[in-house]
Write a protein that binds this ligand. Structure first.
Ligand code: HEM
Length: 161
């Protein structure tokens, strides 16, 4: 999990990167490089954008038969999940950590242990999330694609078959 999250953190490289070549060409580059790098949370568009992504994710899960098996694993009422996943993603992206404070010690892998996650359903999760992010289309497409990629790899890593 740490390795994957390092990759996610590195996705912010374009904001803070400072190559000697760039500094030679751009006299303002050193000022720019000294500005604190924005967190993935800020780059993706904060809580509002994460809420839109989460809502789109569960709307797709509820409406597209391609995700039938994944939907069947979830409780009939997805409203609590819409809150919970948006809150988790906020803290995970470097934003407000309310979800982590409310769920001390909760880890993604142990939390999902009760569910019989297979490659098929993990693939559905990854596909559904990738589509949700693409549909909401956060303006910073680089961080959006990095987020879809890391979440997909995390989801696929949860398969136990
Ligand atoms: C990066 C991948 C994933 C993230 C970030 C994620 C996140 C979450 C979160 C935050 C919760 C709510 C926990 C709570 O409020 O107590 C949850 C629950 C759940 N997740 Fe995931 N999840 C991921 C992957 C998966 C996958 C691959 C599956 C199944 C194939 C899955 C199935 C479920 C189910 C069935 C629940 C319980 C839902 C319910 O109570 O209705 N998750 N997940």
């Amino acid at each position: 999990m740490t390795g994957i999250n390092d990759g996610w953190r590195n996705a912010g490289h374009s904001q803070g990167s400072r190559s000697p070549e760039r500094e030679r060409r751009d006299p303002l580059a050193s000022d720019v490089a000294e500005a604190p790098a924005k967190s993935p949370y800020d780059r993706i568009g904060g809580k509002e954008m994460l809420r839109r992504i989460t809502d789109r994710f569960y709307d797709l899960m509820e409406s597209d038969p391609a995700y039938k098996a994944l939907r069947a694993m979830h409780a009939p009422d997805l409203a609590p999940m819409r809150e919970s996943l948006a809150g988790f993603l906020a803290g995970w992206c470097g934003g407000p950590r309310d979800w982590f404070e409310a769920n001390p010690g909760k880890c993604m892998m142990s939390m999902h242990k009760p569910f019989p996650i297979t490659r098929k359903t993990a693939g559905q999760w990854a596909d559904c999330m990738t589509r949700a992010i693409a549909d909401v289309a956060p303006p910073d497409s680089e961080i959006a694609e990095a987020m879809a990629d890391v979440l997909s790899r995390m989801a696929k890593g949860m398969a136990r078959d």
